[in-house]
Ligand binder design. Sequence first.
Ligand code: PHE
Length: 337
Amino acid sequence: MAFLTKLKEIEKLIESRLNSVSSPKEFEELESEYFNRKGKFSLLMKELKDLPPDLRPEAGEKANILKRKLNGLFQEKALSFREKKVAGGLVDFSLPGHRSWEGKLHPLTQVLEGIVEIFCGMGFEVVGGPDIETNYYNFDALNFPRDHPARDMQDTFYLGRDLVLRTHTSPVQVRVFEKRKPPVKILAPGRVYRHEAINSRSYCLFYQVEGFYVDENVTFADLKGILITFAREFFGKEIELRFRASFFPFTEPSAEVDIRCIICKGKGCGLCKHRGWLEILGAGMIDPAVFEAVGYDPERYSGYAFGMGVDRIALLKYGIDDIRLFYENDIRFLRQF
Ligand code: PHE
């Protein structure tokens, strides 16, 4: 029988056999019957080399086409068995599944990002600074007198004679002023550290967002404007703000800013300790002494700065009464945000 006829016959035969296969076992048997080293199809292929040379190219091509076709059909069939295996009882879909963990941003990160987004919308540029600072950046250049109580071991973690864990984000002001000329409008979020007793209100580390703007003719009214705009966007239109006179070595005048207690709306409650107000930040006009330390002309430039406590703001936003929860990372707590 001519080779091409045999090819046609074996094609029909294999196709019809494959169609009637109904179990994986039968399938495997059929596969080896034809495609093993001594299988019927393999043997037929071996006949190719005995054909007269002028017939070989056409026969070879047809044989290859068929081989590829059968390959495809067998793969398809194999796949259909695998699917049936899953659907056919090996997998019990009524069993409880394994729940995969859903990753989320930490609540402090969420609040921090919310704050940053609002200020970026008002033209601030984000800059970072090191957590480990020298006395110069953390204190001296910010006009802290040598004997200022904030330098006391109680508040500052010293890492050596001259290195400290920064106690606030204000040193970033100095670092930026040294490198750039006004106008500068910067936001510097980051971690700060204080050697304080740990309790529900304070922790040995927390987050601040520092903001500052230096240019010609920057006024306290600009500072008020930016902070009121921020508070309304973050807490809602109805939020009330209060500026209280205060003191920081690196600002003059200085203020602390409170918001109306968001729990009791000013009537007095545990959260605001019956004061009706909650402090969220310190701020002021940058002291000329700071400008002199970095070589800015205090006659020409003025600027404001503020530093807000991110943890504080997060406590207020979510109505949480213990700051330690943010650092213990109990998954039952974190999952709620
Ligand atoms: N650095 C001050 C603090 O940590 C806050 C502050 C920042 C005050 C900027 C005034 C201006 O308490």
